[in-house]
Write a protein that binds this ligand. Structure first.
Ligand SMILES: Cc1ncc(COP(=O)(O)O)c(C=O)c1O
Length: 300
C-alpha cells in the first residue's frame, strides 16, 4: 500500500502518499496504542461520517488517547482527502497512534498522531464468491470477555486473533473466519458482524464482547422498517444448523451472503437480497441517518 500515487492527510496536512511515514520506535507499533476506522463514500458522500468520526474519538478515548482535532475538523479532513485524491466512491481509513517520544508501556505524554487515507476498493470479497455466498470457517481463536480488551474500541490490539483466524481459514479454502466468543457462542466474522434468517425473524448475536458495527445497526433498522422481527440474543454454535440464510455486515464488505459455515450450507435467499438492495439504496441516498430511521421505526 505504500507505493501509490495520491495524498494522505497526516496530522493536519495533506501530504504526498509516499511521504506518509513513521519512526520504527513508534509506541503504536510496539504496544498497539492505535485505533482506526473504516468508512465508505458513495458518489462523494461518506455514509454515516459523523458516527464513524464519533466512534474514532471514542475508540481513542477507550485507549486513553485524546485526539488533537475536533469532530468537525476530522469530518472536514475526510472530505479534503477525497477531494485531493479525486475520489467519489472510496474506502477511507483514518488511523490514530501514539508517537515515539518514549518507549515503554506507559507513555501518557507521547504525541497523539493521526492520518486519513482513501482509495478505490469496490469489493472486499471476490464478486463470484459473494454471489455464491462466501464460505466461512469457525476459528479456534475466540473473542475475549469484555474485561480483557475494550470490545467497542476499533483498536489494533483486537485484531491479531482476527489475522490468525483468517489466515487459517484462507489456507483451508474458506473466504473468511467465524469467531466464537469466550463462552463458545457465535460472535462475528473477522471484520464483519453476522446475521441469520429464520422465516420472518432475523437473529444476530448481542454485541457484548465484539464491535457493534455501524452497518449492523443500520441493517437492524432497515430490517425493522421492512417488517422483520430482529432478535439480538446469544446464539450457540450448534444453532447455526437451524437457519435458512446467513449474511455478514460491515462497512468494507457491506452485506455479504454466507454460503457455508464449515459443513453447514445456506442458500443466499430473498431476505438477504432485499436487505442488500435496501442497503445499496440507503448508502447512495444523501442525508439519511440510520439513527433517524430507527427513531422513525420506533414511532411506527
Ligand atoms: C471486528 C469487526 N467487527 C465488525 C465490523 C463491522 O463494523 P462496521 O459495520 O462499523 O464497519 C468491523 C469493521 O469495521 C470489524 O473490524
Amino acid at each position: 500500500m505504500n507505493e501509490r500515487e495520491g495524498f494522505i492527510w497526516v496530522d493536519g496536512e495533506i501530504c504526498p502518499w509516499r511521504e506518509a511515514r513513521l519512526h520504527v520506535l513508534t509506541h503504536g507499533l510496539h504496544y498497539a496504542s492505535s485505533v482506526f476506522e473504516g468508512e465508505r463514500s458513495y458518489g462523494g458522500s461518506v455514509f454515516e461520517l459523523t458516527r464513524h468520526t464519533q466512534r474514532l474519538i471514542q475508540s481513542a478515548a477507550l485507549l486513553d488517547m485524546k485526539l488533537p482535532f475536533s469532530e468537525q475538523e476530522l469530518n472536514e479532513a475526510t472530505l479534503a482527502v477525497l477531494s485531493a485524491n479525486e475520489l467519489k466512491d472510496a474506502y477511507i481509513r483514518p488511523v490514530v497512534w501514539r508517537g515515539s517520544e518514549t518507549i515503554s508501556a506507559a507513555a501518557p505524554n507521547n504525541r497523539i498522531h493521526m492520518a486519513i487515507a482513501a482509495w478505490d476498493w469496490p469489493s472486499y470479497f471476490n464478486e463470484q464468491d459473494r454471489l455464491n455466498g462466501i464460505k466461512i470457517q469457525t476459528a479456534s481463536w475466540r473473542r475475549p470477555p469484555p474485561e480483557c480488551s475494550p470490545p467497542q474500541a476499533k483498536a489494533a490490539s483486537n485484531y491479531p486473533i482476527t489475522t490468525l483466524a483468517k489466515h487459517a481459514a484462507l489456507k483451508n479454502g474458506f473466504q473468511d473466519a467465524l469467531l466464537l466468543d469466550w463462552r463458545g457462542n457465535v460472535a462475528e466474522a473477522s471484520a464483519a458482524n453476522i446475521f441469520f434468517v429464520a422465516g420472518e425473524e432475523i437473529h444476530t448475536p448481542t454485541p457484548d464482547c465484539f464491535l457493534n458495527g455501524i452497518t449492523r445497526q443500520t441493517v437492524i433498522a432497515l430490517a425493522q422498517n421492512m417488517g422483520f422481527k430482529v432478535i439480538e440474543r446469544e446464539i450457540s454454535h450448534a444453532e447455526t444448523l437451524a437457519f435458512t440464510e446467513c449474511f455478514l455486515t460491515g462497512t468494507a464488505s457491506e452485506i455479504t451472503p454466507v454460503g457455508a459455515i464449515d459443513a453447514v450450507t445456506y442458500k443466499p435467499g430473498s431476505v438477504t437480497g432485499w436487505l442488500t438492495g435496501a442497503y445499496a439504496d440507503l448508502v447512495r441516498s444523501k442525508n439519511v441517518s440510520a439513527i433517524d430511521m430507527q427513531f422513525q421505526a420506533q414511532l411506527g
